[in-house]
Design a protein around this ligand. Structure first.
Ligand code: APR
Ligand code: ZN
Length: 229
């Protein structure tokens, strides 16, 4: 009989997909050590050079399509099935490919796109281009449905409500450098939840407990502990 996990909110970051071969951002060799985020992850960058931005996300979309979900994604899908909520900063679809069904993508999704002219949302083609016509209004431009720096993350009210109601908040594979996600641990503490960090190293966040190790190894063990497997 698995224990309910409905009191748990999990926040994942790039570290949960690192062992699937998808780059993190701030580790050695991370994406932001190779690209200038101002050029490829801001509305200003898109306005200045949309072809460069499409090229960046087309490459990340191709990587994500070739990647496989790892044991951490699979364990978290089991935890969601037992009632936990998964909030992710990641834009890949590996949580879904491991079976998770109600993931909150606060930074958007590589596999989605929208039209700047009419705001219609649609599944992104493998390759997006500057002159792609919007499938709804025929004009555009269309862009990846990714929350860029300076834009408002999605589903914040739902996330804050969940943080206030949870009894355990778990941050997995995130450096805690980017707000508002980096502030979720303080929000959880404020409402009396226990806090756990699972990472390769301790970050600056104030967590009650830490599990140090690669997510694909330590997350399944932690989920088994929670579900009483
Ligand atoms: N297992 C567990 N943790 C790992 C692993 C692993 N195999 N590999 C790396 N990590 C940890 C690193 O120690 C680091 O703390 O994952 C974290 C990755 O941090 P970042 O690269 O900063 O990624 P993230 O926290 O998700 O970035 C947040 O920043 O650029 C924006 O929108 C982007 O969503 C992203 C946000
Ligand atoms: Zn349109």
């Amino acid at each position: 009989m698995s224990n309910s996990a409905s009191h748990i909110v999990v926040l994942t970051g790039a570290g949960v997909s690192a062992e699937s071969g998808l780059g993190t951002f701030r580790d050695k060799g991370g994406l932001w050590t190779k690209y200038d985020l101002a050029e490829v992850a801001t509305p200003e960058g898109f306005a200045a050079d949309p072809a460069k931005v499409h090229g960046f996300y087309n490459a990340r979309r191709a990587n994500a399509l070739e990647a496989e979900a790892n044991a951490a994604h699979a364990a978290l899908a089991r935890l969601e099935a037992a009632g936990a909520l998964i909030v992710t900063q990641n834009v890949d679809d590996l949580h879904e490919r491991a079976g998770a069904e109600n993931v909150i993508h606060m930074h958007g999704q590589l596999m989605r796109a929208f039209c700047v002219a009419c705001d219609t949302r649609f599944d992104a083609p493998r390759e997006m281009g500057v002159d792609d016509p919007c499938p709804a209004c025929g004009s555009g431009p269309t862009r990846p449905d990714i929350v860029w720096f300076g834009e408002m993350p999605y589903h914040m009210e739902r996330i804050i409500d969940a943080l206030e109601a949870c009894e355990l908040f778990v941050a997995i594979g995130t450096s805690g450098e980017v707000y508002p996600a980096a502030g979720f641990v303080e929000e959880a503490r404020r409402t009396g939840a226990e806090t756990l960090e699972i990472n390769m190293e301790a970050t600056g966040g104030r967590f009650d407990r830490r599990i140090i190790g690669p997510a694909s190894q330590v997350v399944p063990l932690w989920v088994d502990e929670v579900l009483g497997a």
